[in-house]
Design a protein around this ligand. Sequence first.
Ligand SMILES: [Zn+2]
Length: 238
Amino acid sequence: MIAPMDHDLQILQAVQEWDKEIYAMQETLEEIPSELTEINQEVERERSKFNQFQDQFKALQLKQKAKEGELATKEENIKKYETQLTQVKTNKEYTSLKSEITSLKADNSILEEGIIDLIDQVESSQKEAANQKKKLEAAEALLIQKKKELEEKAKTMREKIDGLLKEKKEKIKTVNPEIASLYEQIVTKKRGLAMVNVEGEVCPACQIQLRPQVVNEIKMKEKIIICDNCSRILYCAS
Ligand SMILES: [Zn+2]
């Protein structure tokens, strides 16, 4: 016949294995929000880069339009002065208009060069914005996919945890309630590791050297032995 303490320790060993799994899965579940935050931040970085490129593109487009407007105005003035040229009465007026036209034409040729330059800049900034839009869309798609994956993973884990908790509840019923409650206190406090199998003369959880008397008591399996240092239950599986 198996001694009651031996029975309790054997049941708790099985329960401890489930608790290790349960706590490991809970830890993984707790990490999910920060995993999602990281991917979210990546999306936001790509979005802010895209907005920058887009703003740059729009600013250059406005600059191009402004220069084109300036050019058109000056061209109208040239036409107006050329018409006036045919109607002038004095040489002085003629010379003055002529020089005005020459100066406007010089301005316009600089403006035209500037516009050609801006057209290039507008085109390349439009390309940059389009490329960045693709990167942003890829990051957004990855976020959606990752969210779905993590939700599925979390659901599977929660189901598995629920299943293990049910099995644990059933199994622990046969353990002396005082010992079961002590085990629960320790497993909660120590986040998943309440009892350890002593094979040598040290506590495998905290590595403290155990007194020979303690080692003997563990082997006798007559009462619950607690590690002086880490407060875990010490047992001997063999
Ligand atoms: Zn210990």
